[in-house]
Design a binder for this molecule. Structure first.
Ligand code: SF4
Ligand code: SF4
Length: 349
């Protein structure tokens, strides 16, 4: 099973309630960035570049909680920057769990082994910690690929040691990999399969794989980022490998989202379902590109023209097939009976 049943049922119930109440736009995952500071400097990272002049600022725990309550998404993805260097991370995690939310804690894993004790200590007093706190560890391939992207030799080994420690402690752990054009289609897929083999004995719960997309903040370069056609090609090849070796490549992409990545299905961008809150406010229109920041979640939803985003509507979206816009769309619009059956069978896999 890719995701815990508790999470699956809660999400299904939440979506059904929103649809019954005819809420036109509602959040699934809040992308909460308490800080943008990081202990790595990856080539493809937009955050440390776009927010270079506010890298020393942080949201307070109270500001974070206010945003969690206002937005009220069932899942909070704590990202950044590197959340494990946020001083109040344990308090933030505990208080978000007390609000009844699920948490993806996105980390580059460099401090995971060292800081895991904070969370196992929390788990001793709060039984929800291991059930609802899921680690999402950044790994852009095997050591050669990953360390090349982070620019730090040994960063792969450190992240893998963190994953092993978190699994050993009984947490759900997922990996998060971005594929880049510079490695080419065949070698990217080959390397991802090798990464799956390395992670297999650690029994990770799934791999999130994203097609690297170039936008202004990362100074888009044609050699570095995937085009739409590259992404289709690469994911078709990944799907073929998954058929041959389903245990090694456990991608968290649902079948509908996978169809989209392979270029076999159209989906609208639903960036409104994954809003981003950071030090400057609520980022519009999406996690990737920025036109402005709003003061409140409501202002973001009401003040953004959602008809003007996505493939064919905004030229900046031409090569984007990213999770933040299209994965919620796969959940919200992949509702044909055949989609629901395929998704249920996949979830049990
Ligand atoms: S680890 Fe994440 S936040 Fe840090 S530089 Fe790399 S991509 Fe950016
Ligand atoms: S397609 Fe959606 S998620 Fe992608 S860049 Fe455009 S607005 Fe953002």
């Amino acid at each position: 099973m890719y995701f815990p049943l508790d999470l699956t049922f809660r999400m299904a119930r939440y979506i059904a309630c929103q649809k019954i109440c005819r809420v036109p736009k509602f959040p699934l995952v809040l992308m909460l960035e308490p800080l943008h500071r990081c202990n790595l400097r990856c080539s493809g990272c937009g955050r440390i570049r776009e927010y270079a002049d506010t890298l020393n600022q942080e949201l307070s725990v109270e500001e974070c909680l206010e945003s969690v309550k206002e937005c009220n998404a069932p899942i909070v993805s704590i990202c950044g920057g590197e959340p494990l260097i946020y001083q109040n991370i344990a308090e933030l995690v505990e208080r978000i769990l007390q609000l009844g939310k699920f948490i993806y804690l996105c980390t580059n894993g460099q401090l995971l082994e060292e800081k895991l004790g904070i969370f196992t200590g929390l788990a001793a007093v709060n039984r929800l910690v291991k059930k609802r706190l899921y680690w999402n560890v950044h790994l852009d391939g095997t050591a050669a690929f990953h360390d090349g992207i982070t620019g730090k030799p040994g960063s792969f080994d450190k992240a893998v040691a963190g994953i092993a420690a978190a699994k050993h402690a009984g947490f759900y752990v997922y990996t998060n990999s971005t594929l880049y054009r510079q490695h080419g289609v065949e070698s990217s897929v080959e390397d991802l399969a090798k990464l799956g083999e390395i992670l297999l004995p650690l029994k990770i719960d799934g791999m999130m794989v994203a097609p690297g997309y170039g936008y202004a903040a990362v100074q888009s370069s044609e050699e570095f980022f995937l085009t739409r056609e590259d992404t289709h090609k690469i994911f078709r090849s990944i799907r073929e490998r998954m058929r041959q070796s389903p245990k090694t490549l456990r991608l968290t992409a649902t079948p509908v989202f996978m169809d989209f990545l392979c270029g076999e299905r159209e989906l609208p961008c639903a960036a409104w379902a994954n809003p981003t809150r950071n030090i400057r406010g609520w980022k519009s229109p999406c996690y990737l590109i920025t036109d402005r920041h709003f003061e409140t979640y409501r202002a973001l939803i009401d003040g953004t023209d959602w008809t003007k985003i996505g493939f064919g509507s905004d030229v900046r979206c031409t090569d984007c097939l990213m999770h933040c816009g299209y994965e919620p769309a796969a959940v919200l619009f992949g509702t044909r009976l055949s989609d629901l059956i395929r998704t249920a069978v996949w979830q049990l896999g």
